[in-house]
Design a binder for this molecule. Structure first.
Ligand code: FES
Length: 161
């Protein structure tokens, strides 16, 4: 289960100084959000009202942009990002079972992060190497032609398990 993590006072102060810098440099909302994410690894939801105030927007507008851009996150992510392909080629070659095994192995569901922030689990539509189906990607490493035995061995390379 993803551990709830609240931004510290220091995180919020850091965000305030990024907002101030952004105002000075006349950044738009997206560059500002990207900078906050770059520094903290995510955009704490409790920072949204301050971000909105800094840019003269409504918090709902800031939230809307964060929701729209899949590259912006409001929760901390794991050190390793695991993406299980659920595209057609992988699906017909057993992606459902692979996903189930990965979930078991990591002890989390889709879109969750392990309590120690080692892994975040996601699914993707196609990773572009259908000939190797079924596939998963861990960070930038592709693991293809997967079977249960291979799945079991993958995560020992990344630690935390
Ligand atoms: S469908 Fe999985 S890589 Fe294309």
């Amino acid at each position: 289960m993803t551990e709830a993590k609240r931004a510290t006072k220091a995180d919020l102060e850091r965000i305030d100084s990024i907002i101030a810098e952004g105002r000075e440099e006349r950044w738009g909302l997206i560059p500002l959000l990207q900078e906050i994410q770059q520094v903290l690894g995510y955009i704490p939801p409790e920072a949204i009202p301050g971000i909105a105030r800094g840019l003269g927007l409504f918090p709902s507008q800031v939230q809307g942009v964060i929701t729209f851009y899949t590259q912006l996150y409001t929760a901390p992510r794991g050190k390793n990002i695991v993406r299980v392909c659920r595209g057609t080629a992988c699906h017909v070659r057993g992606a459902k079972t692979i996903l189930k095994l990965v979930k078991q192995q990591l002890g989390i569901e889709e879109d969750e992060t392990t309590p120690g922030f080692e892994y975040t689990l996601e699914t993707v539509a196609c990773i572009g190497c259908c000939a190797l189906a079924p596939n998963i990607v861990v960070n930038s490493n592709i693991y293809g032609h997967l079977n249960p035995k291979k799945v079991a061995s993958i995560f020992s390379h990344y630690g935390g398990h």
